[in-house]
Write a protein that binds this ligand. Structure first.
Ligand code: 13P
Length: 257
């Protein structure tokens, strides 16, 4: 049985002071149920890189894991503006979002670059959350499976099969991100099922069946239950609704599967 993962991607939001306040409120909501929640789910938040030290301090002793939104694939060197896995790990970062659609479409990240980041995360014992998803145009053109499975296969190229189950995949249709237009649970489950099949071919059924596949794109407390009720939807990657403690805490309490 796969554990759910409810992950918050803060994107470029919240100053250090705001982040401390949100984390304190979130801990007040979540930590008191920590034992019950820990039975079947993990919770993670990914603040902007510069906020990670403050977040790390504010999360001390909490069951909430700390994630990064991006990282470079090298450990150090002449890469102005970048941060590396060892730097993040120094603050207790355990997860890293890789290949988010905003990284792909606004900053031009390619499958090849994203693949190097996935491999770097695994090399450092971090959990890469590999994001895949089609644009509105690709969706309308009936190319969803083709686009998503190519991103998946290219993103995971050369990954050691033995480490396959450490990966998390997030299906985030670009047309659903920040638009309020959530994919229906049926549509999402369809894509998640295709991702699962592709993972089975790539890493064998046993590893593939323990990979968690999250849905992202306008997830709210009102739609999370119906999404995670589907067999291949193992949690959520939440943007806007993760910025406020009460709405994120309600998502974290999604109905058990
Ligand atoms: P929203 O939840 O704001 O649609 O963002 C989704 C997302 O991109 C999470 O990574």
């Amino acid at each position: 049985m796969r554990r759910m993962l409810i992950a918050g991607n803060w994107k470029m939001n919240l100053t250090a002071n705001e982040a401390r306040a949100v984390i304190a409120a979130l801990r007040a909501e979540i930590d008191r149920d920590a034992a019950a929640l820990a039975r079947d789910r993990d919770v993670m938040i990914a603040p902007p890189a510069v906020i990670i030290p403050a977040a790390s301090q504010a999360l001390a002793g909490s069951s909430i894991a700390l994630g990064a939104q991006n990282m470079h694939f090298e450990d150090k060197g002449a890469f102005t503006g970048e941060v590396s896995a060892p730097m993040l790990k120094g603050f207790g970062v355990t997860h890293v979002i890789v290949g988010h659609s905003e990284r792909r479409h606004v900053f031009g990240e390619t499958d090849e670059l994203i693949n190097r980041k996935v491999i770097a995360a695994l090399r450092h014992g971090m959990v890469p959350i590999l994001c895949v998803g089609e644009t509105q145009e690709e969706h309308d053109g009936g190319r969803t499976a083709e686009v998503v499975l190519a991103q998946l296969q290219n993103g995971l190229a050369g990954v050691d099969q033995a480490q396959g189950d450490r990966i998390v995949v997030a299906y985030e249709p670009v047309w659903a991100i920040g638009t309020g237009r959530t994919a229906t649970p049926e549509l999402a489950e369809n894509v998640h099922g295709a991702i699962r099949e592709s993972l089975r071919a790539q890493m064998g059924p046993e590893k593939a069946d323990s990979v968690r596949i999250l849905y992202g794109g306008s997830v709210t407390a009102d739609n999370v239950d119906s999404l995670v009720s589907k067999p291949n939807i193992d949690g959520a990657l939440v943007g806007g609704a993760s910025l406020k403690a009460d709405s994120f805490a309600r998502i974290v309490r999604a109905k058990a599967r």
